[in-house]
Ligand binder design. Structure first.
Ligand code: MN3
Length: 198
């Protein structure tokens, strides 16, 4: 099997009340699992079957004949990355190397918060907001549907899923509240720092 469904790195109740157990059950157990299952069905018997997810994403991006593979593999990758970017008792101002880089790039944490939130709020419809490195420079970008910054040569550091299935049970239509809570209470800055060093 080319694509795996990783276990959540915390219990289903661990992010309550910010992301509830029911959201995690459906988001990880149904949505993420469906992307993984579909990806493996589509990849079976193809030349991409034994390729890494990152390579599959780069090779199939923008190819109309490979849209279904791209969408499912990228969504599997995006979700695995999203789960690791949050943790219980996370969020708030960053620690480690990323703290200095954010201060140097945006002049302070507050401006970073404003820009990251803005990217998530203004992603029209389904998609993702990302903190990335592009050629050594920190950037905030947004992508639609399954799209992923790996396809543009960027290095993802952190992402937030802004598909409605990520927040609707806990926040209904209040996407800005979900973004604010993600930033204040959930970001795993250790994961971001580890990605910087990779
Ligand atoms: Mn999702």
């Amino acid at each position: 099997m080319a694509i795996n469904l990783p276990d959540l790195p915390y219990g289903k109740d661990a992010l309550t009340p910010y992301i509830g157990a029911t959201t995690l059950e459906f988001h990880h157990g149904k949505h993420h699992r469906a992307y993984v299952d579909n990806a493996n069905k589509l990849l079976a018997g193809t030349a991409l079957e034994n390729t890494t997810p990152e390579e599959i994403i780069r090779k199939t991006a923008g190819d109309p004949a490979q849209t279904a593979i791209f969408n499912n593999v990228a969504q599997a990758w995006n979700h695995a990355f999203y789960w690791r970017g949050i943790k219980p008792n996370g969020g708030g101002p960053p620690t480690g190397t990323i703290a200095g880089k954010i201060a140097a790039t945006w002049g302070g944490y507050d401006k970073f918060v404003e820009e990251f939130k803005n990217a998530g709020v203004t992603q029209f419809g389904s998609g993702w907001a990302w903190l990335v490195l592009e050629g050594g420079t920190l950037k905030i970008v947004k992508t639609g549907n399954a799209d992923n910054p790996l396809t543009k040569g960027m290095k993802p550091l952190l992402t937030i899923d802004v598909w409605e299935h990520a927040y609707y049970l806990d926040y209904q239509n209040r996407r800005p509240d979900y973004l604010a809570t993600f930033i204040d209470k959930l970001i795993n800055w250790d994961f971001v720092n580890a990605n910087l060093d990779r």
